[in-house]
Design a protein around this ligand. Structure first.
Ligand code: 5RP
Length: 223
């Protein structure tokens, strides 16, 4: 889902700064959530010649009426720039994503992207990554998967037919890399919301005082 636009100067300033990174001719990945809801009109206003890939039906449905051209991801192999929100960002640029339950698609799109730009309001910046970590779980064998994971709570949200079940992991996170490996190693986990710093090219942090633009660890050719 991409939420309706809330009056949040931090989210809006980060989104508007990120929109300025987009150039005509680019293929652009669009994230999901209330911060991305500020990005879509900012991008549309620029009237660039771009093709977009959406990470959720909600984002596609919000982007198209604004005049943004959204294509099926199946028709596109490489994305120049993706802009997406996050629930937590730590000092090394580890991310937690999936507050909106779109983290599996968001990770697939981010991994196919040359430059992955994260937009957050300043309260998303944390000293340490902590639970909850969003999960997408296959329905088959769900009880066994949950028993394997331990402290997991299923979300009480409507499920889209082509997605798994959305849940949150509440175990201790001492080391995000170890937690990511643990979650990825459990059969039945379709995707988890820990995004490695290797994926992150930029973090744009908005607040009522302005915008901070941090370079992330990831820079691919051209990124
Ligand atoms: C959705 C996400 C969102 O980007 C994340 O939850 C941040 O959301 P918001 O911008 O609404 O605070 O990962 O799956």
């Amino acid at each position: 889902m991409t939420a309706s636009i809330d009056a949040d100067p931090g989210k809006e300033s980060a989104a508007r700064a990120a929109a300025l990174l987009v150039e005509s001719g680019m293929t652009v990945g669009l994230g999901t959530g209330s911060t991305v809801a500020h990005l879509l009109p900012a991008l549309a206003e620029r009237q660039l010649d771009i093709v977009c890939v959406a990470t959720s039906p909600g984002t596609a449905n919000a982007a198209r009426p604004l005049g943004l051209r959204v294509e099926d991801f199946d028709k596109i192999s490489r994305i120049d720039l993706t802009i997406d929100g996050a629930d937590q960002v730590d000092p090394k640029s580890w991310l937690v994503k999936g507050g909106g339950g779109a983290h599996t698609r968001e990770k697939i799109v981010a991994a196919a992207t040359d430059r992955f730009v994260v937009i957050v309001s300043s309260e998303k910046v944390v000293d340490r990554i902590a639970a909850p970590i969003p999960l997408e779980l296959l329905e088959f064998g769900l009880a066994a998967t949950i028993a394997h994971l331990g402290d997991v709570r299923l979300r009480d949200v409507p499920r889209s037919p082509d997605n798994g079940l959305i849940a949150d992991y509440y175990g201790a996170i001492d080391d995000p890399a170890a937690a990511a490996a643990l979650l990825a190693g459990v059969p039945g986990v379709v995707g988890h919301g820990l995004f490695s710093p290797d994926m992150v090219s930029d973090v744009i942090i908005g607040s009522a005082d302005g915008v901070e633009h941090r370079a992330g660890p990831h820079m691919r050719a051209g990124g």
